[in-house]
Ligand binder design. Sequence first.
Ligand code: TYD
Ligand code: MG
Length: 492
Amino acid sequence: MKSKISWVCQECGYESAKFLGKCPECGEWNTLREFKIQSSKIKTSEFAISQKDKTKTAKKISEISYLEKNRISTGFAEADGVLGGGMVPGSVTLLAGDPGIGKSTLLLQIALNLSSSKLKTRQAHIENDALKDAEVAYKNFRVHNAEKVSFSKKKAGGANVHSENFESFPHPVLYISGEESEEQIKMRAQRIGGGNNENLYIASLNDTDRACEIIGELMSSFVIVDSIQTMESEKLSGLSGSVGQVRYGGMAFIKTAKTLNIPTVLVGHVTKEGMVAGPMVLSHMVDTLLFFEGEKFTQTRILRSLKNRFGPVDEVGIFKMDEKGLSEVKDIESLFITEGNSKTPGSVLTVTMEGTRPFLVEIQALCVFSKLPIPRRVASGIDSRRLELLIAVLQKQAKLPIETMDIFVNIAGGLKLSDPASDLAVCLSIFSSFKNLPLWGLVAVSEVGLLGELRNTSFFEKRVKEAQKMGFKKILSAKSHRSLQAVLKDLI
Ligand code: TYD
Ligand code: MG
């Protein structure tokens, strides 16, 4: 058996036939590691479930049946929205996030939703008018299952998926964990109220090939692999988490998912740089890349899609983590606005966009006389360089004498804003704190230029509507004023 030696960059996944000190792809030094790949074994046909490629033929586009309604609801409208209306059968999603942020919890909850009969009513969440009715959704669900069962018998060109045995609702779900023991997962399931589910199967193992076999044996409707970094195969050298193993695992699970038409979610931990650890390669291989983010010390969790072959990108779903797991947040504002701030100076509202969704956020600022030769400027939730720039504009263009002040700016609720439309609100919150002038009730939506000019922002109408919906009528923007100076003049 011939084995091939290949050098793989641990940072970006670049592959080279010989050793290189510096990776030509990402420019990092000393990141290439040697991998021995036994070439005859790594062939994709050797995966646990082989695809009969020889039976494949080309089809006319008109003959290809595509049923949008086959999407499967996760049981969370927030997550379905991010996915573009639910999970697509056979799709592979990479769920990335910091360790401890709640990825396993989210997936276990989705698994419980899917495998319990609760879904029968929750199915109606699918964002498709035809599916608003739970009855219809239930039928479609059965169609999906029929397709799965008859898949192995189906030959190319056959679109007849409505015929066979589909009476297996609710669906079995398989949760493969390389991180936690079966007992630990059971404990977590009990904590979130689903420890006795008959349809949820847990497999605690690290072996990629065996995991693929189990998927094939169980023919479940949904598979979770938690996490891809803990899975390894004997077919190639390298420890779990190495680029080779992760890539092999990714390929094996993707192949299995596509062959059996089972939607699969792979969990990936992110490194401190915010990349999906080591194997960025996976993000190119999967259909959908989701990030689950939030600060560990706040309850808010945001599910964001960065790549989606079946739906929009930049959509977000908002969740709250408490003692009983994650729950969806419908009135987002309650998380980001502090009640009872109406009389306190230093607080100004803005409307930010997360994907295509507007919501109100409170920006808080504190200005105090500094005892330091170089006053402090502390930004949390916004870029600190942006804050420096806005302070400079306030000093120079609006003649606000704040050069001797320590300035602290914070976004309530632990949110991170990179939306330039929050510029004006940041300026006004500093002004409000400096002048001791409460500005609660104002909503400021505008980018501020270096000359203090106000600029139009994207989705302006949507933002205004959101503010009005929440009962805020006074909106400051490029439509109402030409410059920051003009706004401040009006406020005094
Ligand atoms: P987890 O899902 O294990 O994170 P990940 O898989 O992304 O590493 O989440 C672990 C954290 O969530 C842990 O700090 C405890 C907290 N948690 C709750 O607050 N409530 C709950 O109901 C559960 C199950 C976990
Ligand atoms: Mg986990």
